[in-house]
Write a protein that binds this ligand. Structure first.
Ligand code: SF4
Length: 226
């Protein structure tokens, strides 16, 4: 087997990581970065114990991205399910990178469901996969970084989570057509890197739009847990 390319430094290259992930998929395996057990730190599931399965590669290259999404493990679906089951936790969060980049991940969703798990997915919303069995869809749109948002998510997401740096980001969140409609997905503002100015901007916006917006903090970073 040809060894995967090793990257230098801390910042992954999305293009290279995705190319390596696709080469793993072609061999019938899933490209995984890591599987770990922690608490969900963001959005409406904050505080719930969750097994995270991080899929390698991404469709974007956001300037603020702090996620290492290089391929670390090449696994078959049964191996992933067995490892997840070892934590004896009902909730699993499929994250990335961008897990909806690859149709093959759908088989993992179905297998985790068949094993009795509830499934959250975190996506940038570019590639809807309506045929996957999912219980909680979290969309973090990256329009400021060239991302697009598939309209399917306006009907099917549980929540949208906007990373906020400034007023322009806030305007994008408020332009989401779901904001404030009854029974529509929740709309969270998440200050980027807990930057104090962004935190204050988010607090003021939530106070100004109490029926439309909520605050999401990266509580796992505050607690220094993975
Ligand atoms: S979509 Fe998410 S994982 Fe991908 S580059 Fe942007 S912040 Fe990073």
């Amino acid at each position: 087997m040809k060894p995967l390319k090793l990257y230098q430094g801390q910042t992954p290259s999305p293009k290279d990581a995705t190319r390596d992930a696709v080469s793993v998929l072609r061999r019938g395996l899933l490209p995984i970065v890591e599987i770990f057990y922690s608490l969900q730190g963001e959005g409406s599931r904050t505080g719930q114990a969750t097994v995270f399965v991080r899929v390698a590669g991404c469709s974007l290259a956001c300037s603020f991205c702090d996620t290492d999404f290089r391929v670390r493990r090449e696994m078959i679906v049964a191996e992933i399910v067995a490892e997840v089951r070892g934590y004896n936790c009902p909730w699993v969060c499929l994250t990335g990178g961008e897990p909806t980049l690859y149709a093959e991940v759908g088989a993992l969703c179905d297998a985790l469901h068949d094993a009795g798990h509830r499934l959250q997915i975190e996506t940038n919303g570019m590639f809807p996969r309506p045929d996957w069995r999912l219980d909680h869809i979290t969309v973090s749109p990256k329009e400021s970084e060239g991302g697009t948002l598939a309209p399917w998510y306006f009907e099917n997401a549980a929540e949208f989570k906007y990373v906020i740096d400034d007023e322009t980001d806030l305007a994008r969140a408020l332009a989401n057509p779901c904001a404030g409609k009854p029974d529509s997905p929740l709309l969270f503002l998440q200050p980027n890197a807990l930057n104090p100015a962004a935190v204050q901007l988010c607090i003021s916006a939530v106070q100004a739009h109490p029926n439309r917006l909520r605050l999401s903090l990266q509580t796992h970073k505050l607690l220094n847990i993975p």
